[in-house]
Design a protein. Structure first.
Length: 187
């Protein structure tokens, strides 16, 4: 049986936001709690990747880890590799905490549309690609590690080197605002 681990990215510096986005609120729920629920309903396990100084801020009910020491603070690719290394699975469903409008229906639909032949399955709409709402295969671990060892930190550049399936966001949800990334408190 294939297993799926959710990787919740919650360790960004949030420079434009002004405070850690993971702890921002929407409708009385913290961003990270919303993302966790979206992943937890469809994954066998969820791991939150964050910065060392934020780990104690999360409820002890959650599995919270930090980046591997050698790539600490190096961005989303480092978080993804850290999650893949820490928790064994066949597939990894990645969701950043700053996409609080993605819910269980959207994560389930993304998983359902993911093709087994793809290394990564990610979402796009008419105006942009959304690489961090995506599904990653375990066999990418070694290649991802090599990329990070060379200092290559760009998600899109990595995705161009592997077989990436781009799924039109309208197949997951008709309202494109669901996929927006909240970068400022008033977004």
């Amino acid at each position: 049986m294939r297993t799926t681990v959710g990787i919740l990215l919650a360790g960004g510096l949030s420079r434009r936001f002004g405070s850690p986005k993971a702890f921002a609120e929407l409708d009385g729920e913290l961003f990270y709690e919303r993302a966790y629920k979206a992943l937890d309903r469809v994954c066998d396990h969820v791991v939150i990747i964050s910065r060392p100084e934020l780990v104690a801020c999360f409820s002890s009910d959650y599995d919270v880890i930090t980046d591997l020491d050698w790539i600490a603070g190096q961005g989303p690719l480092a978080g993804i590799l850290s999650g893949i290394t820490a928790r064994q699975a066949d597939k990894y469903l990645v969701l950043p905490c700053d996409m609080p409008f993605i819910g269980p229906a959207e994560t389930a639909k993304l998983l359902a549309l993911t093709e087994d032949s793809s290394d990564i399955s990610a979402v796009w709409n008419d105006s942009e690609k959304i690489p961090l709402f995506s599904v990653w295969d375990i066999h990418l671990k070694e290649q991802l590690q090599k990329e990070l060892e060379t200092g290559q930190l760009r998600v899109m550049k990595f995705m161009e080197k592997v077989t990436t399936q781009w799924i039109n966001s309208s197949e997951i949800h008709k309202d494109q605002l669901v996929f927006r990334n909240v970068n400022q408190p008033d977004d």
